[in-house]
Design a binder for this molecule. Structure first.
Ligand code: PEP
Ligand code: MN
Length: 359
């Protein structure tokens, strides 16, 4: 339920509504807009049917609130996802990531600036990671990607260095001051991966692993939630809702392509998801044109298209020698290609009034 306050309402009116909600075992979350305040109401049934969630609020409570001073209207959230919806939270959410080497000490994903995240698909060795980190940082990346726990379609494929890979990522962070994003695949690994990572990545194959979503929801770590390869937008936002419903509001969505009948590309990048998500949700959205296309030659154009469509960030695979990469070499940019892409990306960002976060 959402309480829309009148533009002329004052703080006292908001407090009265909050007190009334409290008396009925509900919690109000005011969000102050430019014109008016909107109060999102939580109560009823929560994740796994527990109390404290958002479902099943008695309609008579809404009717009583409608008569209170300063209240314009009371709306039911029409979408099946609530906390993730734009109705519930009209203002954009900005997820802050600590980045030691930028002057302010952190970057916001979902604000006016665009964030570049780049690095190898998979951490392979210290030398591979450090070379890539240094190079992408030099070109303007502030967040370093690299998988230590890798989902592999084939059981014979490389599945990552595990904790050893996380240690290398931590070493790269202390050397270069970049934040680290890396995938977590199981609920039991969440605590351990969180010790090393600044952002937890939930991969496409795990978007509907609800036990994993519950677990990352119990942390306060920023989470990048990849779109499931066959997930609808609604299923994706409901997956985000799992994380939000546990109290972790630091969710960043990531469009990474979906399965279609097309075989020439690995996935079909749904660029329209970017502006669409902006209308349906307040959550930031980034774009991964590497998994999205599976082809190095398409990563640049799809990065630019994502920027033009309003992405809040890019997640790009870069490898010092893609032909020898243990994973995803075909879709990894060379360092040189990444260097060439950055000024083009900056030009598109500035054409729509945005710029990349800089150190
Ligand atoms: C990746 O980022 O390397 C990856 C495995 O992503 P996805 O889960 O989107 O396939
Ligand atoms: Mn990859």
């Amino acid at each position: 339920m959402i309480v829309v306050m009148k533009a002329s309402s004052n703080n006292e009116n908001v407090q009265q509504v909050l007190t009334f909600l409290g008396k009925h075992g509900l919690t109000g979350h005011p969000s102050e807009g430019v014109e008016r305040t909107v109060i999102g109401v939580l109560g009823g049934v929560g994740p796994s049917g527990t109390p404290g969630g958002i479902g099943g609020i008695n309609p008579s409570i809404g009717e009583s609130i409608e008569g209170m001073p300063g209240v314009e209207s009371v709306l039911r959230v029409s979408k099946p996802y609530k906390l993730a919806s734009r109705e519930f939270h009209p203002e954009d959410t900005i997820v802050n990531i600590p980045v030691p080497y930028v002057s302010s000490g952190s970057v916001g994903v979902g604000g006016s600036e665009v964030v570049m995240m780049a690095g190898p698909c998979t951490v392979e060795s210290e030398q591979q990671l450090m070379t890539t980190a240094e190079a992408v940082r030099k070109e303007g990346a502030v967040i370093l990607r690299g998988g230590a726990f890798k989902p592999s379609t084939s059981p014979y494929g490389f599945r990552g260095l595990g904790e050893e890979g996380l240690k290398l990522l931590a070493k790269a962070r202390s050397e270069f001051g970049m934040a680290i994003i890396t995938e977590v695949m199981t609920p039991t690994d969440v605590a351990m991966v969180s010790e090393y990572a600044d952002i937890l990545q939930i991969g496409t194959r795990n978007m509907q692993n609800y036990i994993l979503l519950d677990e990352v929801g119990r942390t306060q770590k920023p989470v990048v939630l990849k779109r499931g390869m066959s997930a609808t937008i609604e299923e994706w936002l409901l997956a985000a809702e799992y994380i939000l419903a546990h109290g972790n509001r630091n969710v960043i969505l990531c469009e990474r392509g979906i399965r279609t009948f097309e075989k020439i590309t690995r996935n079909t990048m749904d660029i329209s998801a970017i502006p669409l998500i902006k209308t349906l949700s307040h959550l930031p959205i980034i774009s991964d044109p590497s998994q999205g296309t599976g082809r190095r030659d398409l990563v640049g154009p799809m990065s630019l298209a994502s920027l033009a469509a309003g992405t809040d960030g890019l997640l790009i695979e870069v490898h010092p020698n893609p032909d020898e990469a243990l994973k995803d070499g075909a879709q990894s940019l060379t360092i040189e290609q990444f260097r060439e892409l950055m000024p083009q990306a900056e030009a598109i960002a500035s054409a729509i009034g945005r710029k990349f976060v800089k150190a």
